[in-house]
Every structure is written in structure tokens, then in C-alpha cells.
Design a protein around this ligand. Structure first.
Ligand SMILES: [Zn+2]
Length: 495
């Protein structure tokens, strides 16, 4: 606890420096010889030290040399002398209090993992620093680019004191409205945010309001929270965002060039998408555009996935596959997969569609080479090798949208789970459901077979979000189904 004064002292220096270095301040950077926050703080520390040493020495001399002086004074001179001595003693006590030795300890460097809303201005507010100092410690050529969600950001020379508060994009009503809502002073908010006059419009400029216990985060206009299902993400994963809204809004969301299916109900938002197993890793932008608000975007890190490789040799009949039939079947299914009901039909975690099987004979995303060619395609589902006639179940609650014999997929059942999420079970020897029928989780929909383009009894299970194949096994492990229901304010029933 004895180190506390040092932290307060440095915090005082930091706020002083922030005030001095404020753009448009009377004490501009040119009138103070500090080029950065660090320099400013160091200069202050040194100035305080010189002042304190000088005052101590001259003060002691003064007292010694003039110890006999009061004897020769009249009573008025003596009163004035004693007054000056008292002031000097108080000044010495003050300097001793604010200048403890620990103030020279090296400031810690924090490696912060970026979360949604950790924009440059939000981080600067949170760690009590100048935005330019954090930016220069984490240089990127594009100044418009916000910190990458899932990456580490260096916070240099932080005081270690993290501030709490809210970052808001404000348009109509401006600071006065915010001051009233948050029971604050409009002039104080103006000063705190470097705003030239409290009644000037803010035009969506993010402002900081020191209320609440959470770190300041800069969310899209109209959002009071924003969460991502996986930080960082991987290609092929089912991905989702969930948020709470201050009002019901129409919102468009995208990740890189992919549109994200976005659903809003009351004050809840769910966005769901899949990237596919060939999606390139990188820091792709997540963009959110509220109907009237400015575009919000922040990169969301995607790290490489791990894949298996399969060499497949096709002979005879299988090699002479009818390409036209394959294309037609895919187009017909794509029309179904691209539909999206605006609500979840499931109400519990998903499960595997088969209980008794011999092995997981092929994973999602396995790179495939046919007859020695390049690895140009990947496996879109999960294969279970099993005896013919083994029961196949629905992985979750939903509605049957297709139940028939197809050319490639053989006996096929397609289940709509809502929110644009579909699962399919293929190569069935028997199909036991009808289109339009609602199914429960674990309800039998067919039996394992080797129909369609298949070389032996097995079940192929695939899952799609918004028309893109996702890793169904990963979907089970991540339990994204319940995470989404929770964001939709709906219970997830777990037996
Ligand atoms: Zn398969």
C-alpha cells in the first residue's frame, strides 16, 4: 500500500500532461518542451525534483542565517517573518508528500488482447493515455484501421490505473442530453472530451462519460454491448455475433466481403455466418451498419485452420460422374440453403445425428485430390462409417424442408433449424419423414445406406449457415447453439 502515493502522483502528472498537450490548449506542445506523453511526464517529475531540492536547501539556509533576525525586529516585522517561515515550512511538507522516491520506478508495459469496441480512442481513455502514443507503439500504415480483435496491443508507460466509463457516439441532443442522462455537468463533459463548446454538435464523435464499472468501449451506434463467438476465429467455424441494442434498428453486417445474416428482436441482435474451409486467414474487417448511424468496423483476427488431406482414386463408373446432374442438384439445394427464417427453431444443444457407428471416416474441411490432381476441393461434411440400416436422427429441433432420393446425395433429408441454419443427412437407405414435418431433436429421420454417389455404407452429415458449409463437429463442441439462444433471450434446455 505504500506505493499508492506514487501512482497518484503519476496519475496527476498524466492528467496534467493530457491537459497541457490537448489540441487547441493555451499550453500547446510548442510552449511546453515535451514531444510525447512520456516526455511530458518525465519533464514534470524532474521539475518537481529540482524544485523540491532547491527549496529544501535555500529554505534550510534561510532559517539558519536568519535565526537571530527576529530579535532585532519590531512586532509587526516579526509577525510577517513568522508568517513567511510558516508558508515555507508548509511548502516543504507539501513537496515531501507528493514526491516519494518510488515515483521513478519504471512504468509497466501492458500487452492487451483486443476485444470488440477496443478502438484507439477507447483504449486511450481506458489507460489514461494519449491516443497518438498508443498508436505509435502499435504502428500501422492505415490510420483509419482500428485495433485487430484477438490481437495483442502494446500499452506503453501505462499508470496501471484503468479507467471505467462509457464511450458513446452522439448525434442529436449532444453533450447536454448526455449530461442530463448521466447526471453530470455539461461543461465538465466538454472539458473531459476536448470539445470546444458544450452546445456545438458532436456529429457522431465518440465521447467519454465517466460512469459505470466497465472499461470504455466504442460500440456501433445504438449498441450497448457487442460479443463475438470466437476470438480469434478459424476458417470453417460457424461464427456469430450477439449484441444488446438501445432501440430496435435495421442493421446490416458483413465480414470481409461476406454478408452476415443479422436478426433483430426487441433489443437483441444475432448475426450468424460461415466462412467455408478455404477462407483465407487474416485480419478481416467486421462491419456493422445501423440504419441511420455511421459505419462501424473493426478487424477480427482469423487464424489458420488445421486440415487433413485425402487422396481419392475414382475408377470406372464413379469417374464418369455426370457433371450436369451434380450442378443441377447443387443449385436446387442452394436455393433452399439461402433462405433464412428470422427465429431459432432449436431450443437445446445440437447432437450427432448417429449414435452407433464404426468410425469418423472423414472430417469437415479435408482437402481432397482426385486421381492425383491438386487439392482443389474440400469435404463439406462429416462422414460416419456405419452398418446399413443404423438409425439416423435429427441433430436438433427443426422443420423438414427436403426428403427424397437425389442423384449425388442419394436418400437425403434436409432440416431447417431457423436463422438460416440447415443440416443434411445423406446416402440414406430409407427416408422416414415428409417435407413440412416438424421434428424433435433425436427423432429418427432415416437409416444409413450407400445410395447416390457412395462407395459403401456411411452417413454424410453437413451443416450450413447462410448457404456456407460449416464444421458440424466444431459446432457441437463450441455449443454455439446455446450461446445464440442466450443472446436471443431464450432458454437453452439442457437435459
Ligand atoms: Zn462425406
Amino acid at each position: 500500500m505504500h506505493q499508492q502515493p506514487a501512482v497518484n502522483f503519476l496519475a496527476a502528472d498524466l492528467s496534467l500532461c493530457q491537459w497541457i498537450r490537448k489540441p487547441g490548449s493555451t499550453y500547446s506542445k510548442s510552449s511546453f518542451p515535451a514531444t510525447s506523453m512520456t516526455h511530458c511526464v518525465i519533464s514534470f517529475t524532474i521539475t518537481w525534483r529540482i524544485m523540491s531540492v532547491k527549496t529544501t536547501i535555500t529554505g534550510a539556509f534561510d532559517i539558519l542565517l536568519t535565526a537571530e533576525a527576529p530579535l532585532m525586529m519590531n512586532k509587526y516585522q516579526r509577525a510577517g517573518y513568522l508568517f513567511r517561515i510558516s508558508i515555507r515550512l508548509l511548502w516543504l511538507v507539501f513537496l515531501a508528500l507528493i514526491n516519494p522516491v518510488v515515483a521513478q520506478e519504471e512504468l509497466p508495459i501492458i500487452n492487451h488482447i483486443v476485444q470488440p469496441g477496443d478502438t484507439w480512442p477507447a483504449l486511450a481513455w481506458r489507460f489514461g493515455m494519449d491516443e497518438s502514443d498508443i498508436r505509435s507503439a502499435n504502428f500501422h500504415i492505415n490510420a483509419q484501421r482500428q485495433p485487430v480483435i484477438g490481437s495483442g496491443v502494446i500499452i506503453p508507460n501505462s499508470t496501471g490505473v484503468e479507467r471505467t466509463g462509457k464511450m458513446l457516439n452522439v448525434n442529436n441532443g449532444g453533450l447536454l442530453q448526455q449530461a442530463i442522462i448521466h447526471n453530470s455537468n455539461v461543461w465538465l463533459l466538454s472539458l473531459l472530451n476536448d470539445h470546444s463548446h458544450p452546445y456545438r454538435p458532436l456529429l457522431y464523435r465518440p465521447i467519454f462519460i465517466p460512469v459505470g464499472q466497465d472499461p470504455p468501449r466504442q460500440y456501433p451506434e445504438g449498441f450497448s454491448s457487442l460479443e463475438l463467438s470466437s476470438i480469434p476465429s478459424q476458417p470453417g467455424q460457424g461464427l456469430a455475433i450477439r449484441a444488446q441494442l438501445k432501440e430496435e434498428l435495421v442493421i446490416k453486417t458483413s465480414y470481409f466481403h461476406l454478408p452476415v445474416n443479422t436478426f433483430v428482436k426487441d433489443h437483441r441482435l444475432i448475426g450468424i455466418f460461415g466462412t467455408g474451409a478455404f477462407f483465407k486467414e487474416g485480419d478481416h474487417e467486421l462491419s456493422i451498419l445501423p440504419e441511420n448511424g455511421p459505419l462501424w468496423s473493426q478487424p477480427w483476427r482469423m487464424v489458420p485452420g488445421e486440415w487433413t488431406f485425402e487422396d481419392i482414386t475414382l475408377t470406372g463408373e464413379a469417374a464418369a460422374i455426370d457433371a450436369e446432374s451434380i450442378k443441377l442438384e447443387r443449385e436446387r439445394l442452394a436455393a433452399i440453403w439461402n433462405q433464412a427464417q428470422g427465429l431459432p427453431l432449436w431450443n437445446s444443444p445440437f447432437q450427432q445425428p448417429i449414435e452407433e457407428y464404426l468410425s469418423n471416416s472423414s472430417d469437415y474441411g479435408a482437402r481432397r485430390s482426385y486421381n492425383g490432381g491438386p487439392y482443389q476441393s474440400y469435404h463439406e461434411g462429416v462422414d460416419f462409417s456405419a452398418y446399413g440400416g443404423t438409425p439416423v436422427y435429427s441433430p436438433a429441433e427443426g422443420t423438414i424442408v427436403l426428403a427424397e432420393r437425389l442423384f449425388v446425395r442419394g436418400g437425403a433429408v434436409l432440416i431447417d433449424h431457423g436463422f438460416g441454419i440447415f443440416s443434411g443427412v445423406y446416402h440414406l437407405s430409407e427416408v422416414l419423414v415428409q417435407p413440412g414435418q416438424d421434428v424433435d431433436k433425436g427423432e429418427m429421420v432415416g437409416k444409413v445406406g450407400s445410395t447416390g454417389l457412395s462407395t459403401g455404407n456411411h452417413l454424410h452429415w453437413d451443416m450450413l449457415i447462410g448457404g456456407t458449409w460449416i464444421d458440424a463437429e466444431e459446432w457441437l463442441v463450441s455449443n454455439l447453439a446455446c450461446w445464440i439462444l442466450d443472446g436471443w433471450d431464450q432458454p437453452c434446455l439442457v437435459e
